[in-house]
Design a protein around this ligand. Structure first.
Ligand code: FE2
Length: 191
């Protein structure tokens, strides 16, 4: 499905002449050649926690990109992609919820590590910083949306701050996560 999302978005941009297809392909190759961040995906638990957050991030950003395009075709196409991303998110979120019940401390450490070091997969692409500012400016994705529409809904679903099944190890990770979220809340207000 992710591959088909890439195909349909690229084809849309080419047939509408929305971008220079050669520049797009060069940037795509640069991003793919760079690869993923192995630190973030180290271990099954961290990998699953990462995609639970990231899939919801893509759902939000694709949906908002559809609105920003100001074209009913792009909007319908991106809503369809966002609906797929939502199902991906639910799948990984359910696995993580089961992990929290089975091994609360281990799952909590992975979640705290992932949320506190989170980058979207596009971080390796050329001009990512400039493009992420453009996205924020047009209401597609920013820190506020990352906290309110992505991180907090998942934390609430997992009842992270209501659980009483952690030992000292899990409790420490939860406190680190709480401190990170407080600091990011300040950043979001400043931004
Ligand atoms: Fe996805």
């Amino acid at each position: 499905e992710e591959n088909r999302h890439g195909i349909v978005m690229r084809d849309y941009l080419v047939v509408t002449r929305g971008v220079d297809p050669v520049a797009l392909e060069n940037d795509r190759m640069a991003n793919m050649t760079k690869g993923a961040h192995s630190d973030d995906l180290n271990g099954l638990m961290r990998g699953v926690a990462y995609v639970a957050v990231q899939e919801l991030g893509t759902r939000v950003s694709h949906k908002n990109t559809g609105k920003a395009c100001n074209d009913p075709v792009a909007d319908r196409m991106l809503q369809r992609i966002a609906a797929d991303e939502n199902l991906h998110m639910i799948f990984y979120r359910n696995i993580c919820a089961a992990a929290l019940d089975l091994a609360p401390d281990q799952a909590m450490e992975a979640i705290a590590g992932v949320v506190s070091n989170f980058d979207m997969p596009g971080i390796g692409m050329p001009n990512f910083r400039r493009m992420s500012l453009t996205m924020a400016k047009h209401g597609i994705y920013d820190i506020r949306q990352h906290l309110d529409d992505v991180v907090w809904p998942i934390m609430r679903k997992w009842k992270i701050f209501e659980r009483n099944d952690f030992t000292a190890r899990g409790e420490q990770a939860r406190e680190e996560l709480a401190a990170y979220l407080e600091k990011t809340e300040v950043d979001a207000k400043r931004f």
